[in-house]
Design a binder for this molecule. Structure first.
Ligand code: SF4
Length: 444
């Protein structure tokens, strides 16, 4: 069915993209648009749904409005993700992270008595919400909730361990401008939510023991948190974060794929992470443009500097192996205003230069979709149009296939209908028949 004859603005733009980029899965295009503008929830849809896993606020808020402005308490009741299937475009199953925006044209509501996603009245998909992991029924001896210490995301595939919920880059002159980590910590506490600034190793190991006992879905864990610019508990960043994998791996060697999302560290600290057991390292570079990096990441520029940051990413390939160095960039933030690109083609050209730089060295950057969080320094702004994200998906896949790279490890299954990764569609656009034969997914 086509709806292009309608005057629906969002649907018309989706269909324009489907026609212009027939090589990209429609699922990926819709997913990027939902991540771009967020989701609204009808109260009766949330009231009818039960037994699903709500949003755990595992690191940033990833919402387009602050908690205090949410109607119907979506913050506590909206699901972590949605899975779309069927609808007018006969979508294959597609998992999308939830970013709450009560004004979004993408509405979760009841349609013929079932949970569905509608946009401008068009039935885009039937929906499922993620199940509550079995281990959530258990509690920790410290009294902390297990969902607060070791939440699951990506439909249960990934355990997300934000060990340090604050960042030592502090205030406007240091915090990355798209980031609301410190502000989100403050707003969660202000709303009376249990929110632990520093998670103890004991709590985390106890949580992992329960997960090991009661869960068969999780395959990887991420240890992450804010940057440590000086020291925390007398330790430098590499040493501080290394202890978590060391403790988990000594108890459960090889049970999960261990991943660290921390700064681009000097070689000796990156080596500490590898020796502790991490197999995958994410030294996120956030934005490629040399002109924009100092503006978007003032703390990183001041303490490390862009050139050194990039050198450290490349150096880390010697320690982890290039395919296990997976630096993230924030897709779309290079079009943030007032200083970002205003022209889509120039933005894509800049980002593609970065993709080429890393992928030509066997390093596989991935991206999340910029969510203009209201309490971040960039604040409320529209962000790039859908066309930007569609072109970004194509640029990522074209460069990835050009260098004949395998799918990155620790990201679940690649390909449309398979992908679990929920905060961008880069895993959804991977074509299984173009992956290198016998090496479809890089070894861990
Ligand atoms: S390094 Fe930047 S993105 Fe990371 S937590 Fe700190 S301010 Fe946020």
């Amino acid at each position: 069915m086509t709806t292009s004859e309608t005057t629906h603005v969002m649907i018309a733009e989706l269909e324009r993209m489907f026609d212009a980029f027939p090589d990209l899965p429609r699922e990926a295009i819709i997913k990027q648009d939902i991540l771009r503008v967020g989701l609204a929830f009808d109260e009766n849809a949330l009231a009818v749904a039960s037994g699903y896993k709500p949003k755990d606020y595992f690191i940033f808020s990833f919402d387009l409005v602050p908690l205090k402005e949410m109607q119907h308490h979506e913050a506590y009741r909206s699901p972590e993700e949605i899975r779309m299937t069927g609808g007018v475009y006969q979508l294959q199953p597609t998992i999308v992270s939830v970013r709450v925006n009560p004004d979004s044209p993408y509405r979760v509501q009841l349609h013929e008595g079932r949970l569905a996603l509608l946009c401008e009245g068009v039935h885009l998909a039937d929906l499922e919400f993620p199940p509550i992991p079995a281990y959530y029924a258990h509690s920790l001896s410290s009294g902390k909730k297990i969902s607060e210490i070791a939440p699951a995301i990506e439909w249960g595939y990934l355990i997300y361990l934000t060990a340090y919920r604050l960042c030592q880059y502090w205030g406007k002159s240091e915090e990355c401008r798209f980031c609301d980590l410190n502000e989100n910590y403050r707003q969660q506490k202000a709303q009376g939510r249990e929110y632990t600034a520093v998670k103890t190793i004991d709590d985390i190991v106890e949580a992992m023991a329960l997960i090991n006992q009661h869960d068969t879905v999780s395959k990887a864990y991420t240890v992450t948190g804010g940057s440590i610019t000086s020291s925390l508990q007398g330790m430098k960043e590499g040493e501080w974060y290394a202890r978590y994998a060391e403790a988990i791996e000594s108890r459960f060697p090889g049970r999960w794929i261990p991943k660290a999302v921390v700064q681009a560290l000097p070689k000796d600290e990156a080596q500490m992470l590898r020796d502790a057991g991490y197999r995958i390292y994410h030294p996120n570079y956030e934005v490629w443009s040399p002109e924009l990096f100092p503006w978007i990441c003032p703390g990183k520029e001041r303490y490390v500097g862009r050139d050194e940051w990039i050198k450290r990413i490349v150096d880390a390939a010697e320690i982890f192996g290039p395919e296990r160095v997976i630096p993230n960039f924030v897709g779309g933030v290079e079009m943030a205003q007032p200083h970002g690109f205003t022209d889509i083609e120039r933005a894509i050209a800049s980002t593609t230069e970065g993709l080429d730089y890393f992928m030509s060295r066997g390093i596989i950057p991935r991206f999340t979709t910029w969510c203009p969080e209201p309490t971040s320094d960039l604040g409320r702004q529209d962000g790039p149009p859908l066309e930007y994200f569609v072109k970004l998906l194509l640029a990522w896949r074209t460069t990835f296939e050009h260098y004949n790279l395998p799918a990155p490890p620790g990201y679940g299954r690649p390909g449309v209908g398979n992908a679990e990764f929920s905060v961008s569609a880069f895993m959804d656009v991977i074509r299984l028949d173009r992956l290198p034969k016998g090496r479809e997914v890089a070894e861990v």
